[in-house]
Design a binder for this molecule. Structure first.
Ligand code: ATP
Length: 443
């Protein structure tokens, strides 16, 4: 009881008040419906670790969908239900709340007796991946804050261990091998020795081949979305996982350097006020895939469910990556105008440019960052409206003229608006070449 009071206290201290109030409302609503409700999984794990996590997963002993519908109505949030799975998602402002019905489909014996109260929750938690993810906190009024720890998850959190709940866990769901690595590296834990043995066994039995590429890629993306994926990628190498995920990838010190260079690169971008890619995983994916053999690349192209733009980026890196790196080097070493850099990088997706730059030294990276910022921020002084007052008939030619003015300005020519006006008129008269539709500088 003392521990539970401590837990309730911890909820009150650590949670932002809207979440705490939400939990109290959830508990009251469940009481009114005669249901038991718990917050489970990553939220509880991170609460105990003192890490921010506002992904709320609720498990209801009772009709989860009916409960979710009531909660959504009460919160005036939106509701989406998946009847088949007994689950629902509530959106309440920016907050997402997953609601699941405690699952009972796995019984230990075919003729097991009807289970007592908490056993529905126990069954639900037993199906989960690791002890540290199988913790729950009760939200019902009278027992608000009671920690439910059937599998000694708390102890494993203290020991820093990632441990499966049963021996065949990885065989049943091999994505858990990648999940184990992700949690191990994120929290600087260790995969518990017996669990590691089970993982190695499942890998040796090639269980990962049973997975769909979709699920494999989803898990790989989660790893690549971690703040610093390098240690997890190294661990994957050590466990021999690349042969299933990116066949032919050889983890060299050079790849390691490139991967490790990405977080500081992203930081430099943010500090320079430049846009940081929302999906940083793509940068890592490019960094890795660039080192694939042509067969490896074909494998990825044939099997991975990737968006077309990403595929194009991959082939571009393979076909033109080295030449483009060389061109960037030349630009850095020589005294070249900004419009030259713009021309080198113009058709490259942002993430692929970052993957290219991952191999550069820090001073070079900073110079490129500064140059790129200038390229991004430079606009011509004239606008379309002013072109109109010059008597130039509106049309697609405007974009070409404005782009050409931008490039001239980038290189420090056309020192004021008057010079731009004169230049625009010369362009239209044909005294100066306008350039290609894409805004080509070389004409
Ligand atoms: P993250 O902080 O990365 O979001 P999370 O633990 O919240 O971690 P989710 O992928 O959102 O991870 O999963 C939520 C919960 O669902 C987990 O805590 C775990 O209990 C369970 N879970 C997810 N994937 C699996 C799986 N493959 N096998 C068993 N349980 C899983």
């Amino acid at each position: 009881v003392g521990a539970d009071r401590q837990m309730a206290q911890r909820l009150r201290e650590q949670l932002p008040s809207p979440i705490l109030e939400l939990f109290e409302d959830v508990g009251r609503l469940a009481d009114g419906n005669g249901m038991q409700v718990y917050v489970v999984g990553g939220f509880v794990r991170d609460l105990l670790l003192g890490v921010n996590n506002l992904d709320i997963d609720l498990v209801v002993e009772g009709d989860g969908i009916r409960f979710a519908a009531e909660l959504a109505r009460y919160l005036k949030g939106s509701l989406r239900t998946h009847e088949k799975f007994g689950t629902a998602v509530i959106r309440w402002g920016d907050q997402k709340i997953d609601v699941a019905t405690a699952r009972r489909e796995f019984y230990q014996y075919p003729a097991a007796l009807p289970q007592v109260e908490a056993s529905d929750l126990r069954q639900d938690l037993y199906r989960r991946d690791f002890t540290i993810n199988a913790l729950a906190i009760r939200l019902n009024g009278d027992r608000f804050g009671e920690l439910v720890d059937f599998f000694q998850g708390c102890k494993d959190l203290e020991l820093g261990l990632v441990r499966v709940l049963y021996n065949l866990s990885f065989v049943e769901d091999p994505t858990r091998i990648l999940r184990a690595i992700r949690f191990e590296q994120r929290y600087r834990f260790s995969i518990e020795p017996q669990t590691l043995g089970f993982a190695r066994e499942a890998i040796a039995r090639q269980m990962i081949r049973e997975l769909s590429y979709e699920r494999m890629v989803d898990e790989l993306i989660l790893i690549l979305s971690e703040e610093n994926p390098a240690p997890a990628l190294r661990r994957m190498t050590e466990l021999g996982l690349w042969e299933f995920l990116l066949p032919g990838l050889e983890w060299t010190p050079w790849i390691e350097v490139e991967v490790a260079a990405v977080p500081p690169l992203l930081k430099a971008l943010a500090e320079a006020g430049l846009p940081v890619p929302q999906r940083a995983w793509i940068v890592y994916f490019y960094v890795l895939a660039r080192h694939l053999s042509p067969e490896g690349l074909r494998f990825v192209n044939d099997h991975y469910p990737l968006k077309q733009a990403l595929r194009e980026g991959l082939f571009k890196l393979h076909d033109q990556g080295n030449a483009t790196n060389q061109a960037l080097m030349d630009w850095l070493r020589g005294d070249h105008p900004l419009s030259r850099l713009e021309a080198i990088l113009r058709d490259w997706p942002d993430e692929a440019v970052l993957a290219l730059r991952a191999g550069f030294s820090l001073p070079d990276t900073l110079r490129l960052t500064a140059a790129w910022r200038e390229i991004r921020q430079t606009r011509p002084r004239l606008t379309g409206r002013e072109l109109k007052t010059l008597g130039i008939p509106p049309g697609p030619v405007y974009a070409r003229i404005l782009n050409r003015l931008r490039l001239e300005r980038l290189d420090g020519r056309l020192e004021d608006a008057a010079a731009e006006r004169a230049f625009a008129l010369r362009l239209v008269k044909g005294d100066a070449p306008v350039g290609e539709a894409k805004g080509g500088h070389h004409v």
